[in-house]
Design a protein around this ligand. Structure first.
Ligand SMILES: NC(=O)c1ccc[n+]([C@@H]2O[C@H](COP(=O)([O-])OP(=O)(O)OC[C@H]3O[C@@H](n4cnc5c(N)ncnc54)[C@H](OP(=O)(O)O)[C@@H]3O)[C@@H](O)[C@H]2O)c1
Length: 247
């Protein structure tokens, strides 16, 4: 599918992670102005910039840009400041892709520490609330916007030993469903996607004997996110989109 994201301001949280990198490249291929929200050190940011910079070796639309901004999206003040800086420089935000997330599994409820519970709720759920809270008013003012959150199939069905993660991703699904009722009148779409295991280096290392062919390819998931960020998905709103067709 062909998209035109030229002149569109796309903000990607977690844009330095496994899925985030592939997604960032995908958006840049469609000539967007992409702003990657990262949590990393200056050195790691520079490495990613170099990696993504290779894309610029071929002619791209003049409007294509990439910027990095360091924010802890679990902190209200930092998130608010960063969004207002982006709006000051670019005028608006057309799409927010919230990829930030983390996983703790393999522990029973009785083994789980309070700090681990808090970490899952904070990174997987509170981050979605905070970034949406500060981006939605910008989109409402422009009467346009697309928000895509990355949840998980585990938010629907858990296989056990992942209670904090499952609860946080289930919460994200209900959050999206609720927020949709508030934003739909402003020409804003908010959806989430529910992948199973992603085919990442780190998962391959952790599960060397698994059948990788059943895992979600990052490029395939990126295609779904591009679609949800585009006007082609105008009639999809408040949805939790399954992304586990291979299992
Ligand atoms: N991997 C899977 O198998 C799988 C399966 C289902 C769903 N998912 C979901 O898919 C999404 C992407 O997964 P992934 O494997 O690509 O994750 P990842 O490689 O671990 O990347 C996570 C990203 O989140 C960022 N991050 C973490 N805490 C942050 C904070 N407080 N503020 C700002 N950024 C923060 C990290 O930034 P830094 O790099 O700067 O630290 C990183 O860019 C997540 O939401 C995950 O829950 C993953």
């Amino acid at each position: 599918m062909k998209y035109d994201f030229s002149d569109k301001v796309i903000v990607i949280t977690g844009g330095t992670g496994a899925l985030g990198r592939v997604l960032t490249k995908s958006f840049l291929n469609y000539n967007s102005k992409t702003i990657v929200v990262t949590y990393r050190s200056e050195k790691e940011m520079l490495e990613l910039k170099t990696e993504l910079g290779n894309l610029f070796e071929r002619p791209l639309n003049m409007s294509t840009t990439i910027e990095f901004t360091k924010v802890d999206v679990t902190r209200d003040d930092e998130t608010k400041r960063s969004i207002s800086n982006i709006v000051e420089r670019h005028g608006q935000i057309h799409a927010l892709i919230n990829v930030v997330g983390s996983y703790i599994g393999g522990k029973s409820v009785t083994q789980l520490d309070e700090s681990e519970w808090d970490k899952m709720i904070s990174i997987n759920l509170k981050s979605a609330f905070l970034i949406s809270k500060h981006v939605i008013p910008v989109m409402v003012a422009n009467n346009y916007g697309k928000l895509v959150h990355v949840a998980s199939k585990t938010g629907l069905v858990s296989n056990g030993y992942d209670s904090a993660y499952a609860a946080s991703k289930a919460g994200l699904i209900r959050f999206v469903e609720s927020a949709y009722q508030e934003v739909k009148k402003s020409n804003i779409n908010i959806n989430c996607i529910l992948p199973t295991i992603l085919d990442t280096e780190s998962n391959r290392k952790d599960m060397p004997n698994a059948d990788f062919s059943k895992w979600i390819k990052l490029e395939d998931l990126s295609k779904v996110i591009l679609f949800l960020s585009s006007d082609n998905s105008k009639i999809i709103n408040g949805a939790a989109i399954p992304a586990y067709g291979l299992l």
